[in-house]
Design a protein around this ligand. Structure first.
Ligand code: ZNH
Length: 145
């Protein structure tokens, strides 16, 4: 359940996120800080150092793909679980991604957004944003069995 003020906050944060910048930075941070996540990206080429990850165009592109997928949740706050039903199944059955990784990505996204927004991302805004991401993470995990 979302209050009017939460809905406004989520829409406002999302409206200020530049997917082409924040997406690549977020996925790169996941791969650098949690190097075991690199196992899912065997086809992405050189991920052997932080600078290699940051310079990797496949990482950048996939970071945009992942972040762009959040648009659906922002536009459908009351139906996030259903929105990500298929995507959850894909990550479970086809990609075999451990769902714990969704939270790692959500946390990295919050850090990247906080770094980018500075004081605008105050504690109240951060709390609402993290609530939103926790619903996204739960939805992406919902079809695991
Ligand atoms: Zn993921 C894929 C989303 C997380 C891994 N993904 C993907 C896609 C999308 C996504 C949209 C595409 C699909 C198709 O194609 O159909 N993700 C997402 C989101 C999130 C995620 C929204 C959160 C928030 N992922 C994730 C993580 C990981 C992953 C954490 C690990 C670590 N994904 C993945 C992979 C893939 C994907 C591996 C595939 C890629 C390629 O290209 O191959």
């Amino acid at each position: 359940e979302w209050s009017d003020s939460e809905r406004k906050t989520i829409a406002s944060v999302w409206g200020k996120i530049k997917v082409d910048k924040i997406g690549p930075q977020t996925l790169a941070r996941v791969l650098i800080v949690y190097p075991w996540t690199q196992r899912y990206f065997g086809s992405f080429g050189n991920l052997s150092s932080a600078s290699a990850v940051l310079a990797n165009l496949k990482v950048a592109n996939h970071g945009k793909t992942v972040l762009n997928a959040l648009d659906k949740a922002v536009k459908n706050l009351d139906g996030i679980k259903a929105t990500y039903s298929e995507l959850s199944q894909l990550h479970c059955n086809t990609l075999n991604v451990d769902p714990d990784n969704f939270r790692l990505l959500a946390d990295c996204l919050t850090i990247v957004v906080a770094t980018s927004f500075r004081s605008e991302f105050n504690p109240a805004v951060q709390a609402t944003w993290q609530k939103f991401l926790s619903v996204v993470v739960a939805a992406l995990s919902s079809r695991y069995h």
